[in-house]
Design a protein around this ligand. Structure first.
Ligand SMILES: [Zn+2]
Length: 169
């Protein structure tokens, strides 16, 4: 599968109204036939949307003019995606989850405990500080460039790139 990447539409998927300055809207990531498709909704239309196949969702606030940095609970968005990708076997999603784990380690939400090999694959054993439990992440064979490329894909999907250091990949 491929990541289907569409930029934030800046308008509601249902009523097609363009979001205004400082408006809070909701984005849903639909899992349609193994492809992630992002749709944005205004608050009024959120209850009217199709609830089937939603993989994850999050809120975004349109920044004020001249405000360059957009920050709205992005850690929670990435954390939610990380958890929901746990049992996915598709290689794109395995790569996605690994890159998210690098970001969450940087944010000290996950801590590396150890790693082990099984069936030729390397697994990282991470302690989830937030929920006081351990979780395993398959470490794919990715070059630094590939890690950056996956990071870029996540950023386009979520509209805010996770700051990942490729150095510790
Ligand atoms: Zn709407």
């Amino acid at each position: 599968m491929e990541w289907y990447v569409n930029k934030g539409s800046k308008a509601c998927f249902l009523c097609e109204r363009t979001f205004t300055e400082e408006e809070v809207y909701l984005s849903a990531l639909y899992d349609e036939s193994n492809t992630f498709i992002r749709k944005d909704f205004c608050v009024e239309c959120w209850d009217k949307k199709d609830d089937g196949d939603i993989f994850s969702y999050w809120k975004t606030k349109i920044p004020k003019k001249l405000e360059t940095v957009q920050r709205y609970a992005n850690i929670d968005v990435f954390y939610d995606l990380f958890n929901k990708l746990e049992n996915e076997n598709d290689i794109s999603r395995v790569n996605f989850r690994y890159v998210l784990s690098l970001y969450l380690m940087r944010k000290k939400i996950l801590k590396l405990k150890t790693s082990h090999k099984s069936n030729g694959n390397e697994y990282l054993v991470l302690h989830n500080v937030k929920e006081a439990k351990d979780t395993e992440v398959l470490k794919p064979q990715l070059s630094k460039e590939e890690v950056l490329s996956v990071t870029d894909e996540i950023g386009k999907l979520v509209n805010c790139a996770p700051q990942v250091s490729a150095g510790n990949a």
